[in-house]
Every structure is written in C-alpha cells, then in structure tokens.
Design a protein around this ligand. Sequence first.
Ligand SMILES: Nc1ncnc2c1ncn2[C@@H]1O[C@H](COP(=O)(O)OP(=O)(O)O)[C@@H](O)[C@H]1O
Ligand SMILES: [Mg+2]
Length: 234
Amino acid sequence: MTTNAVISGAGINFWFGEDDLRKQILFEVSLQINPGEVVLLTGPSGSGKTTLLTLIAGLRRMQEGELTVLGHPLHHATPADLLALRRRIGFIFQAHNLLPFLTAIQNVQVMFDLQPEISKREAQDRSKQILCQVGLQDRLTYPVSRLSGGQRQRVAVARALVGDPLLVLADEPTSALDGTTGREVVNQLQALARERGRPILMVTHDPRILDVADRVLTMQDGRLSEVPRNGRTL
Ligand SMILES: Nc1ncnc2c1ncn2[C@@H]1O[C@H](COP(=O)(O)OP(=O)(O)O)[C@@H](O)[C@H]1O
Ligand SMILES: [Mg+2]
C-alpha cells in the first residue's frame, strides 16, 4: 500500500449480529483509492456495498483488518478521530436525508452549523455559490418539498461538496432519478469533484454512467474485485 492513497484498506472482515445470528458481510476486502480518482462500486443488492462505504466514512467501527482514510487509521480510531474524519468527507446517502421544510439554501447551510469559525455570512455565500454551480440559482429559497427528485438530489450534492471535502462518498446517488436527470447529477458531481481534484467513490447500478469512472470495482457476496478496464459486466 502506498502512503499517499486517499483510502487504503487490507484484509477487512465485517460481521453483523451477535452469537448464533452473527453473519459475515465483508470478506478480506482490500482496496486503494488514489488522489483525484473517480471509482465506481457496483454489485448486487445485499452484497455489502453500503456497509463498506459506512466503514470508510467512519460511520461504523472497524472490526478486523486495516483501513486508512485521509491519513486516519480507522482500525483503532477513537470517537474523536472518527468525528474529525467525517468532517473531511462529503457523503451523499441513498435516501438523501434533506430536511423537507427547510429551503434549498438552508439545507446546504446546515453543514456549517457545527463550525463556529465560519461566519453566517460566509456560510450563506458558499451555500449560494455551490447551489448556483449545480444549476439551482432559481430555487435557492424553495422548500425542498417543492423541488423535483433531480433538484433534490442536486441539493444533496451541493450539501456534500460545500464544505470542500477531501473525499466524496456517494451511495446510489442516481437511484431515484430518471436516466437524463441521473446523468446530469453525476456530471455535476464529477465536474465539481474534478475541479477541486477530489476523489469520488460512488456506488451505482447504473450502467449508463460507467464512462465517468477511472476504475470500476465490484462487490459479490462481500468480496471485492476490480473489473478489468475493457470489462462490460456490471
Ligand atoms: N444494520 C444491519 N444489521 C444487520 N444486518 C445488516 C445491517 N445492515 C445491512 N445488513 C445486511 O448486510 C448485508 C449487506 O448489506 P448492504 O451493505 O446494505 O448491501 P448493499 O449496499 O450492497 O445492498 C445484507 O445482507 C444486509 O441485509
Ligand atoms: Mg446499499
């Protein structure tokens, strides 16, 4: 493993449940993501993709194996380490977790709530700027409950990127969208991340967005492998 990798993991095993119900979900997973790479993670439902993503994001504790993310070794991380790591990661969830009665700009601005060093004015300016970049300049003050699915997902993208994260993790960000809208969201995500030189690890089932990837990984029954460059399977 090289030391400048953004994510580097080896021999990761993970179980859910206790005693008789204990079930192994991840088996000897190894991976490396380098600066600036866009990597897709595919594989059937239930194969362990979200579990791996939440381990990388510091949202779950490691059980066995080694995982270093943005220089933080997670196999013996303290809660304070995990919190520090989560602040540097932009996470777009499958269910995008927006607050429906807040406006688009308020949903993005919440990212600064726990950062007293950023003034309200700056938080507002940065939120507005990123929403404009994803094409929502006319929707800043709309409650997200009044936005379309594609617009909501773009708010989620803006929220994940507004803190200038060092790594973007996205879990099926286009699953609720039609093809064209999904494509737009992915293009925007890719452009914003590329402009800032940030790596993206994105779970997707969507064969139409394979071309944005530098590499494609696939998960099968908790085992991760790399799809060869000219491979066509999803
Ligand atoms: N909190 C949990 N408790 C117990 N089992 C879980 C939990 N979350 C996921 N699982 C199980 O772990 C396996 C992998 O789930 P997941 O990582 O969500 O897969 P994917 O994202 O590839 O669909 C599935 O069998 C799922 O039922
Ligand atoms: Mg999942």
